[in-house]
Design a protein around this ligand. Sequence first.
Ligand code: RB5
Length: 150
Amino acid sequence: MIAIGSDHAAYEFKEAIKAYLDEKGIEYKDFGCFSNERTDYPLYGEKVAKAVASGECDKGLLFCGTGVGMSLAANKVKGIRAVVCSDCYTAAMSRRHNDANILALGARVVGLDLAKMIIDTWLNTEFEGGRHADRVAMICDIENRNCTNA
Ligand code: RB5
């Protein structure tokens, strides 16, 4: 199950990606927003991040104007490794080496066709583990030593 969310800037983009996921038979849960009325990206970044961190959803997709605000908000939740991508190479490597669990895309940055390719790449690339698992563990250690969130 994929958690999905956007702000107003990416609402139409999210709806188009949902249609694409429907076509591919990929299940998702939409955490909003639900119209293009102006809203605030941290609201949805946190909802999607919590769904992934808790294990309710396996991975998350977040969309805003640039993807930046969503990734910053999501990364404040313990256990989240959110990445902003605008190319397939970074998307693949963020899975292979960083075990990224949320992909953030900018609806004002990437076109819909490229976004679909990036999402396909990201969803279908596995974490390599090994030495990369040691490094991800080091990231978790930074989180544990520096973040006191409940
Ligand atoms: C909204 O105008 C815009 O700031 C937001 O979608 C996002 O790009 C923030 O990072």
